[in-house]
Design a protein around this ligand. Structure first.
Ligand code: HEC
Length: 132
């Protein structure tokens, strides 16, 4: 089981999957690269995502600042964090992020996140959303 998980996750998630689920997730080594891969194209300050929502994901401070409506990360509580709720599909399909479905309000399209990437965000938030 562990080896198949490692193989599936290798391309993106090897650093934290290789040692199992309990390892501390690192913002710099794990989370920012995932944001760069899946989100920053539209949420870089000029892209459509940041223009409409005010949410910029190029660094830790702006991620924690959140959207123009306020924070989307509740440190220690992924289930209350808008960021996690959106990427794990717990909200309306209109705000699915990255936008992949036909109902999305975004003009552009993102790439569907792997389950391992989504789990990394969940663990990072539950571990305190640290700038580590
Ligand atoms: C193809 C472009 C695109 C990509 C890629 C993208 N977004 Fe967005 N995002 C948008 C747009 C456009 C909006 C504004 C939607 C609206 O009108 O409310 C938005 C809004 C948001 C919001 C605010 C939602 C709200 O209702 O307040 C969050 C949070 C968000 N995005 C997170 C993410 C995350 C996390 C990723 C990467 C996993 C991501 N986005 C990738 C385009 C994108």
């Amino acid at each position: 089981m562990r080896s198949s998980v490692v193989i599936i996750g290798l391309a993106i998630a090897a650093p934290f999957l290789g040692t199992g689920c309990s390892k501390q997730v690192s913002y710099a080594a794990d989370i920012q690269p995932l944001l760069n891969q899946y989100c920053v194209q539209c949420h870089d300050g000029t892209g459509e995502g940041s223009q409409k929502s005010g949410f910029i994901m190029t660094n830790y401070d702006s991620v924690m600042k959140g959207t123009k409506f306020g924070p989307v990360v509740v440190a220690g509580d992924s289930e209350s964090s808008t960021l996690y709720r959106i990427i794990s599909g717990k909200v309306s399909p209109k705000i699915d992020m990255p936008p992949t479905g036909p109902e999305s309000v975004a003009i552009g399209r993102g790439h569907k996140m792997t389950p391992d990437a989504i789990t990394a965000f969940q663990q990072w938030i539950d571990q305190g959303a640290l700038n580590n």
